[in-house]
Ligand binder design. Structure first.
Ligand code: SAH
Ligand code: SF4
Ligand code: F3S
Length: 477
């Protein structure tokens, strides 16, 4: 989809107001990596408008909450924090802004209006382009602003962006989701799938390479259906991108996008999150295999190992199909590793169903498992299902899964000891200035003694010990 350009008129107008003043902002990010990427854009807009970032809420002129609503605990966190910032507002009159996915839920916006009337601006993921105008009007007219769109927003290009990290950068390639897994609120709050144009993505990554970034994380709710919706409308859809050496590349899918990004000089690692198992076509497997920069590590969300539960979740694959996919990928790319997402306690999940999940976990032997207790979301199909699982059973299953996952991680960590791993050095320890930290291609954290010259480099390190959540390495002489 061809994006629209961010308009800087109101950013310039705010700049007039902040000129020669020391205005500050703080931002709290509560969601996934796409939400973090949005926060980097909100920071970009505010810094462009003359605000500087602070961690100290008390001295902030603007406080932004970028919310998530995928599980219930996200709400509790927001309301707790709002109670705290009310004090600062009373003291210094700061502007309080709430953005993000939760603001697409009507009942949440109503609750904020009723119970937290001191909030100044609410806006949703589809209205970021209006944020400068909303802030400007709030400063000038002191009125409350509710800026939420029920229809899908356009793809916004050229948004100023401030990235904290100087080595790894996230790049959104698409927005929205068409899958409607029955437990999930995301399709309701993020709208339908819309893919950015490959030319815009290519230019953004090239720019990042020029700035010295080494690792790119391609983001989307369902990255391997990149351009699929667009292709349904126009089956001959194809973008021609001219690369640095003047050659032309055709892009019409996720696989061809991976191949394109792989050619950008300076970028050394490419990751992506999240693919959907049902869309993991052979061309994607081939692209991962062929592209030297694409990490041989895939986050492949399982959600449940029971075919019956998967069907009720509307995941569109069976236990067997998932396992076959893993086998197929392993056969083509022997050194590949996986991580996953699993939900325990989906409505109607029996002990047998849960054992199927454990069976898949034991078979695939993931490097990492992100485990979630099923959380009811208003408006989703699963929320209305009978047989909701009692909290204590959900927790008991969660603990059992966690124990098995940790045993597998420990076993797998032991296999790293003695091996040489290529580690991208990302930063240094906050507590010991000699200790540097980085990640293997398989996303394992490795700590080792190093120096500043190593930052941003990929170094071969020998792994000497394992500590569950990280490995220790040393340089090879
Ligand atoms: N689009 C991505 C994930 C989006 S949300 C994907 O399909 O993988 C991230 C994870 O949150 C999901 O993978 C799922 O495991 C979890 N999740 C989503 N809705 C949930 C709910 N209602 N309760 C508990 N976990 C949930
Ligand atoms: Fe939610 Fe499913 Fe879409 Fe992921 S694929 S965002 S879990 S609906
Ligand atoms: Fe949360 Fe929205 Fe991401 S609901 S998980 S911040 S897409």
């Amino acid at each position: 989809m061809k994006g629209i350009q961010m308009d800087s008129t109101f950013i310039d107008k705010i700049k007039e107001i902040t000129k020669n003043k020391e205005y500050k902002y703080s931002i709290m990010t509560m969601g996934c990596q796409l939400n973090e990427n949005d926060s980097e854009k909100i920071s970009g807009i505010l810094e462009e408008a003359g605000y500087t970032k602070t961690e100290n809420l008390e001295e902030s002129n603007i406080i932004v909450f970028n919310t998530c609503c995928v599980r219930e605990n996200a709400e509790d966190r927001l309301f707790g924090k709002l109670g705290e910032v009310k004090k600062y507002k009373e003291k210094n009159g700061c502007i309080i802004i709430i953005g993000g996915c939760m603001m697409q839920e009507k009942q949440m916006v109503n609750k904020i209006k009723e119970s937290y009337p001191f909030v100044d601006i609410v806006f949703g993921p589809h209205t970021m382009k209006n944020l400068p105008k909303d802030i400007y009007e709030r400063i000038l007219e002191n009125k409350k602003i509710e800026d939420i769109l029920d229809i899908d927003g356009e793809i916004l290009e050229n948004v100023p962006i401030v990235r904290e990290d100087k080595i790894k950068a996230s790049v959104a390639i698409m927005n929205g989701c068409n899958n409607f897994c029955t437990y999930c609120i995301v399709p309701y709050v993020r709208g339908r799938e819309r893919s950015r144009s490959p030319i815009d993505i290519y230019n953004e990554v090239k720019e990042l390479a020029k700035k010295g970034y080494k690792e790119i994380m391609l983001l989307g709710q369902n990255v391997n259906s990149y351009l699929v919706s667009e292709r349904k409308e126009n089956k001959d859809l194809e973008y021609i991108v001219t690369i640095e050496n003047g050659e032309k590349r055709k892009v019409n899918s996720f696989a061809t996008l991976l191949r394109l990004i792989n050619e950008i000089e300076g970028i050394e690692r490419i990751r992506f999150i999240s693919p959907h198992p049902k869309d993991f076509t052979d061309d994607v497997i081939e692209a991962i295999k062929d592209c030297s920069k694409v990490c041989k590590f895939i986050h492949l969300p399982l959600q449940s190992g029971s075919t019956k539960v998967l069907e009720k979740m509307n995941r569109k694959y069976t236990k067997e199909q998932y396992l076959e996919l893993v086998q197929k990928i392993r056969k083509k790319i022997p050194n590949i590793e996986f991580s996953t997402d699993i939900i325990v306690g989906f409505p109607g999940e029996t002990e047998e169903d849960f054992k199927d999940t454990l069976d898949v976990v034991n078979k695939v032997k993931y490097e990492q498992i992100y485990m979630f207790i099923y959380s009811r979301r208003i408006g989703t199909v699963a929320d209305k299902m009978e047989n909701q699982i009692p909290e204590e059973i959900k927790h008991e299953r969660f603990d059992r899964l966690k124990k098995i996952a940790e045993e597998i991680i420990e076993q797998k960590n032991k296999k790293y000891i003695g091996t040489i791993q290529n580690v991208l050095v990302e930063g240094k320890s906050k507590t010991n200035e000699k200790i540097y930290t980085g990640r293997t291609e398989t996303n394992k954290v490795v700590n080792f003694e190093g120096n500043d010259g190593m930052l941003g480099k990929i170094l071969p390190l020998q792994i000497i010990s394992e500590h569950m959540w990280y490995l220790k390495g040393k340089q090879i002489m």
